[in-house]
Structure formats: structure tokens, C-alpha cells
Ligand binder design. Structure first.
Ligand code: GLN
Length: 533
């Protein structure tokens, strides 16, 4: 029988519930259990695909083409599992399905209500995962903070589900904050007590508390939290700030969180195996042999989460070379021809990430010219590939005014243009070219060398595409197509023939990179940055 772990958060947001859930996933997997992780998001958007990075951070794309919450990226990176659409459920998706059902007449005669209809749909989306993948444990992370109005249907669904599952089959883990008050020189437990009290009002009693804290707390503080919150003292976990997020599973393991979880769920297991994680991820991350600086030139560099998977994938590429990657965040909107030297000098490599809209494009083009002319390794992702094509068109092929039709509908040289299949699209939600497609690699290219394969699969999220009319003219001048989606003859990868490492892809390789399996292109890019300097 499948067991369930529900992860909630209290006191404040941004406590790292996603990383905690992913870490618990890794711990259980390292003990031989088959797990999956689901994120429940209480907002009304059907998915985060239409939200701005300011609101939401990165949109993480799954193999099956779902636009999802960035926590799914943590789940994949920590556990190595592949997430799907079913692993991210929003209130919007739930309501959408219930309302569609009502319109079809499937509730005929009834008043459709939050309880039981919405809560039933939430429960069904949770239990579906268990039956679909035959997993031992489903970890369910609830977005938001306990006390939010919009989270209530989700918590009520969990309360009902716990009742139906019976004792020993489900467990609640609650993340809280234990703040340190400087003036009093004390760690304060009251916010935790209040937030657990709030959960109890809803009918949920957590069995485990994970307490974020800046300072280690004393045995007395632990006992106090345990007593006031009705949990066993060894189920009060101290989540001290760590230098590297990949240390979190080890931090939990040292406090025997995995044993506590298994005991509550009545699961027996062999010893854990975290050796690879410790030696190949954490130790390398904490004790690098060298450092490289990579400039990321984007529009959302001031936000921590907008390019999450890219920053992580760069770190993974670094792990493969025992290198720490220092990321220099360069605001594309502020980058001008005169400032490019100062902004990029000393960078060992330059990366331009994906994006939408014309803001910052000219700055990105300046950065690409700089990388191309100075022979600095360049890696372009999605929009970063399209910009590399525009830059090459204007400055090497001599196509004045070349552009993407996304930014200039009347450009004389539409080197990037709307995908054929996109021409009939009117709705903006979930309608891009999304998810994994095959890509055939050209022998003898840097991409083929990096992958060591003839065919690969990568995830996409775009509407615009390299315009094939220009392929030959580009090749003549030294920009080669190194990968194609054969069925529709789409350009997926380009690279420069006469440059140490200049590779740009239409897809998003960052979503497939994991600390234990760095993505081949990120590994090769960081390698070029390390060795070419
Ligand atoms: N805006 C471009 C497109 O839609 C690039 C998208 C992206 O970088 N994800 O094709």
C-alpha cells in the first residue's frame, strides 16, 4: 500500500519547502523506496506558464510538455526522477476540471461545492500518482503558507485523505521558522507554536517539524517546541542554513529524519546509501579545485529564481570539472556597446538564457558580438540561440536589419520566424512548442562530441524558430547547423566553425541537468571555460 507524506509550511514563505521535499525524496530513494513528489499550488492560474518571472520565478518544463512550478526542478535534480504534468496541480486546474464536468452535466441535479467536489478532485489528483507509478511513497508539497485563504481546500482534502488512509499510512511534515531576536539574544518558538496551532484548527496535527533557524538551538528549545506542538523531540529537525543546498539531505540524515519518517509510516528498510551524493556532489561543491566566472546576460538577473535551472546546470557542469562556477549576473537592458567591455571582461564564458519580448535584446546582441570576436566560450539557450542567429546575420552575413519577427514584424530579413504550427494559435496558455522532441546531431560538431550520441531528446518552450531560407548563407560564413528535429526539419542547434566553443540550442538543456548527471552541453561549456583560459 502506498504511503503519503504531506509537506506544509508556516510562519513565512520561502522557507525552502521545495528543497526539503526534494531532500526527503532523495533520502527515501537512497533507502530503496520508489517515490514520487507532487506540488499542489493554490493559485487560480491553470499553470504558471502565463505568469511573469517577477511573480513566479522560472517556469519548469517537463518531458511531457507541462509548464510547471520550479520546485519540480528541485525534485528532478535531487531524486533523478522524471516529473510529469500530474506532478503539479494548481487550484486553477482543479476548478477547471470540476467546472467542465459540471457543464457536461456529470453532477446533474446537484449543487457543486468546494466540499466535496473540489476536495474530491484534489484527492483524486493525489491518489492518481500512487496508482499510476506504483510508488511506495508519494510526497505532496502544498504551496503557500498555512493560514492562506486559498490553501484551505487543499488542507481539507489532506485531512480527509488522512482519515480515509488510516493510521500509519500518512504523515504530515510542517516547515516553520524559529527566528533569532538579537536584542533578546534568543531563539523564539512562538511563531512555530502558532502555526502548528493554525494547522490543528484545520484538523491536521504534524508528526514532524522542520525548523529553519540561523543558529543551532539548544536541547531546551527542542523540548519546548516538542511539548507545545505535540510532537516527539526527535521529530523536531533543525534546518540550519547551509552553504550549499545539496547539503540539505545530509543535514536531515544526520538528524535521522529518514528513520523517523519510516518509523511513523511503519516501513522497514536497509541502510541508506548516500555515498555518491556525498562524494560526487556535496564534497565537490564545497571543496572546488578551481573557479570559473560565467556571465549570464539576461533580463531577470536581479531575481534569484528566474534562471534557477540554468544556474544549477552551470554548477553541475562545474562539478564535472571540480570547478566552482561564479555567476556574474549582467542586466541585458543596461548593456550597451560602450559598456560591454567593462561588464564582460574577465568572464571565462558567456551565456544568454531564454526569454520573451524585445526588452534587453540589443544588450544580448552586444554580449554575443563580444563573445564571438574575443573567442570567449558562448552558450545560447532558446532566445539566446535566436539572438546568436540575429547577431551573426547582421554582423557577419551582412543582412542589415535582420531580426526575429517576434521583435520586428516587418524586418527585411526574418532570420527567426514563427513556427508554422504556431500560425493558427490564438490562446496563450500552454500553446507553445512544449516538451521533449528528438534531435539528430551532425557528426563532427562540438555538440555531437559533447553528447557522444547521434540522437538526443531535449525539452522545448518556444514559438519562434530558425528560418530555413537562410541556412545555406549562414553555413557559408561559418555558422553550422549541428542538430535538427528531422520530422519538420527544424534547426535545434547551431555552432560556429571558427570559434573555440560557440554553441546555441533552440531547446532548454538546463531542465535535464542533474548534479549526479551534469548535462553534456553544460559540462562541455564549463570545460571550455576552464581549459581555454
Ligand atoms: N521568445 C522566443 C520564442 O518564443 C524564445 C522563447 C524562449 O527563450 N523560451 O521562440
Amino acid at each position: 500500500m502506498t504511503k503519503y507524506i504531506f509537506v506544509t509550511g508556516g510562519v513565512v514563505s520561502s522557507l525552502g519547502k521545495g528543497i526539503a521535499s526534494a531532500s526527503i525524496g532523495l533520502l527515501l530513494k537512497s533507502r530503496g523506496f520508489k517515490v514520487t513528489i507532487q506540488k499542489l499550488d493554490p493559485y487560480i492560474n491553470v499553470d504558471p506558464g502565463t505568469m511573469s518571472p517577477y511573480q513566479h520565478g522560472e517556469v519548469y518544463v517537463t518531458e511531457d510538455g507541462a509548464e510547471t512550478d520550479l520546485d519540480l526542478g528541485h525534485y528532478e535534480r535531487f531524486t533523478g526522477l522524471t516529473m510529469t504534468q500530474d506532478n503539479n496541480v494548481t487550484a486553477g486546474r482543479i476548478y477547471y476540471s470540476v467546472i467542465a464536468k459540471e457543464r457536461r452535466g456529470e453532477y446533474l441535479g446537484k449543487t457543486v461545492q468546494v466540499v466535496p467536489h473540489i476536495t474530491d478532485a484534489i484527492k483524486a489528483s493525489i491518489t492518481k500518482l500512487a496508482s499510476k507509478d506504483h510508488v511506495d511513497v508519494v510526497i505532496v508539497e502544498v504551496g503557500g503558507t498555512v493560514g492562506d485563504i486559498e490553501g484551505l481546500p487543499f488542507l481539507e482534502a489532506i485531512r480527509q485523505l488522512r482519515n480515509e488512509l488510516g493510521r500509519g499510512n500518512a504523515l504530515n511534515i510542517h516547515l516553520t521558522l524559529v527566528p533569532y531576536i538579537k536584542a533578546a539574544e534568543e531563539l523564539k518558538t512562538k511563531p512555530t507554536q502558532h502555526s502548528v496551532g493554525k494547522l490543528r484548527e484545520i484538523g491536521l496535527q504534524p508528526e514532524v517539524l522542520i525548523c529553519r533557524t540561523e543558529k543551532p538551538f539548544s536541547e531546551m528549545v527542542r523540548q519546548k517546541i516538542a511539548q507545545f506542538c505535540n510532537v516527539e523531540p526527535d521529530a523536531v529537525i533543525q534546518a540550519l542554513d547551509v552553504a550549499d543546498i545539496y547539503e540539505v539531505p545530509l543535514l536531515f540524515n544526520r538528524q535521522r529524519l529518514d528513520e523517523t519518517i519510516l518509523r511513523h509510516l511503519g516501513l522497514a528498510s536497509a541502510a541508506h546509501d548516500l555515498v555518491e551524493w556525498r562524494t560526487r556532489v556535496v564534497e565537490r561543491a564545497v571543496n572546488p579545485k578551481r573557479r570559473v566566472t560565467i556571465a549570464v546576460v539576461g533580463k531577470y538577473v536581479q531575481l534569484q529564481d528566474a534562471y534557477k535551472s540554468i544556474y544549477e546546470a552551470l554548477r553541475h557542469g562545474g562539478l564535472a570539472h571540480e570547478a566552482a562556477v561564479d555567476i556574474r549576473k549582467v542586466d541585458a537592458e543596461k548593456l550597451t556597446k560602450d559598456g560591454v567591455e567593462e561588464a564582460l571582461s574577465g568572464a571565462d564564458g558567456i551565456l544568454v538564457p531564454g526569454g520573451f519580448g524585445h526588452r534587453g535584446i540589443e544588450g544580448k546582441l552586444e554580449a554575443i558580438t563580444f563573445a564571438r570576436q574575443r573567442e570567449i566560450p558562448y552558450f545560447g539557450l532558446c532566445l539566446g540561440m535566436q539572438c546568436a542567429v540575429i547577431e551573426f546575420a547582421r554582423n557577419v552575413v551582412g543582412l542589415k536589419g535582420a531580426n526575429s519577427t517576434e521583435f520586428d514584424a516587418t524586418t527585411p530579413h526574418p532570420v527567426i520566424s514563427l513556427l508554422e504550427e504556431q500560425k493558427r494559435v490564438t490562446d496563450l496558455g500552454g500553446t507553445m512548442r512544449l516538451g521533449a522532441y528528438a534531435c539528430r546531431l551532425q557528426k563532427g560538431t562540438k555538440a555531437a562530441e559533447a553528447y557522444g550520441a547521434a540522437e538526443i531528446r531535449e525539452r522545448h518552450r518556444h514559438r519562434y524558430e530558425f528560418n530555413n531560407t537562410y541556412r545555406e548563407a549562414f553555413a557559408k560564413q561559418g555558422m553550422m547547423v549541428s542538430g535538427r528535429y528531422e520530422p519538420a526539419d527544424l534547426v535545434e542547434l547551431v555552432e560556429l566553425r571558427d570559434h573555440p566553443w560557440f554553441v546555441a540550442c533552440q531547446y532548454h538543456p538546463e531542465f535535464r541537468s542533474r548534479p549526479l548527471e551534469p548535462h553534456p552541453l553544460f559540462q562541455a561549456f564549463v570545460g571550455a571555460c576552464v581549459h581555454d583560459r
